[in-house]
Design a protein around this ligand. Sequence first.
Ligand code: FAD
Ligand code: 2HG
Ligand code: ZN
Length: 487
Amino acid sequence: STRLASTSPRSEFSILSDADISYFERILPKGSVKTDTEDVKEYNIDWMKQYEGYGKCVLLPTHEDQISEILKYCMKKKLALVPQAGNTGLVGGSIPVHDEIVLSVKKLKNFRDFDREQGVLTCDAGFILHDLDEYIKEFEYMMPFNLGAKGSCLIGGNIATCAGGIRLLRYGSLHAHLLGLHAAIPNEKGEVLRLGSTLPKDNTSLHLHHLFLGSEGQLGVITRVTLKTVPRPKSVQSAMLGTNSFKNVRELLALAKIQLAEILSSFEFLDRDTMNCLEDNLQLKDVLPTKSEFNVLVETSGSNSEHDKAKVENFLQDCMDKKLIDDGILAESVSEAQTMWRLREDAPMAVSRDGYVFKHDLSLPLEHFYELTEACRDKFGKMTKRISTYGHVGDGNTHLNITINRGDDREQLYKCLYPFIYEWTVKHGGSISAEHGIGRMKRPYAHLGKDSVERDTVIRLKKLFDPSGPEGPTTMFFLAPKLPYST
Ligand code: FAD
Ligand code: 2HG
Ligand code: ZN
């Protein structure tokens, strides 16, 4: 296999027996226990097809009570498991490291309720993000976040990763929207925590539900969530701008914040290598003829298209007058806007088709945002196929993707890239994970930029929720630590 098997030692959790499988078959509906090699394969490989686990069994419970029974049993029998939702995660956190049971929440989708006065949505963890957005559309509400994986990722996985995406600039992180959740925790009593409430304001307790945001399966299995959604904008405008320096990209952002102000909802960018990568691998062509060094995709969301269009047109004109852009176009139809957004949303697919990809999801102060890409080109340009950078520049979140031809020596490049990239990031005031999490990929570097008091506190919290789990901020519970690949 070209995929990366773990070399970390398998810790002392038990080996799954036929009796365990029979037990699961007894407590779960027919067809909810998968053990056939072909059936379990897709649950053992991540979206990037870079990590492979050897889980022999996938459980697909349909109800929270079943999850609590599963956890109770697994804790008693010392069986390890990994929670999985849509399996679109990009850090290898949703698949087994060794032969852990995969606990999928895919079929957990019985309950869904919407308070149309407050815009509060409560639902089971197994709903697809896009389907939820379609469901609340008829009440003129919208999910407060959006990402390229919306057609496959599940709301439980979104909460577990604290997904960011393309509208965080406008609506803020999921911390601004999560009102409550249910989580089954790994103890022998099979307890289910019911945290927070369905109320927009509730300060009666510690906000424990927020601990589960971005917890990546460390603390328990999220079974149900309550979120405040946002009014659906009646007018959405998209514009693509081309410019030749990153300094200009920063100035454009500053100008967009002032001029587009309350209607600005996205400020994304793609560099020329990404545009070339899209064309080479997916035959997607730039919408601008100028072939500038950077493309910036701006979106506004408001209530009056005449007003919003005029604002964006004035903004584009001002950018031209100030010589900040070479060219810029405003989408005239939904399909033109979709063509622009396809370029941005298909960038992850394009790089994954380009070869073997070293992915980086980093937060950086804007003054250093693109310097890292330039430093990587200087240092590693000759050893790589392509260095593409795109991302949520409006949130200071870069996606630096370095590809090599499949079959080239990735071990050698790995040793050059790490810890260099992560240390550079922390030294320049950034974070080694902006939105994708730590997973298996970044675990050896998770301590960077975090002081020991914070780390100790996290370890104590983890023990509280998962007493039999391994020490340390791992991304799963009751599992062996996930380690990066080595060949
Ligand atoms: P999974 O991948 O199944 O799981 C992710 C992690 O959460 C794992 O550690 C898993 O163990 C844990 N987990 C899953 N379900 C539960 C649960 N019920 N309880 C406890 N733990 C659980 N991410 C962004 O933030 N922003 C983006 O813009 C973005 N764009 C993407 C675009 C593409 C094309 C792709 C493929 C991915 C993108 N991602 C993005 C990454 C990914 O889609 C998100 O991290 C998403 O939130 C993961 O959801 P999922 O349902 O696929 O979770
Ligand atoms: C995005 O913003 C996703 O498109 C994926 O977070 C980022 O491909 C990546 O590196
Ligand atoms: Zn992203």
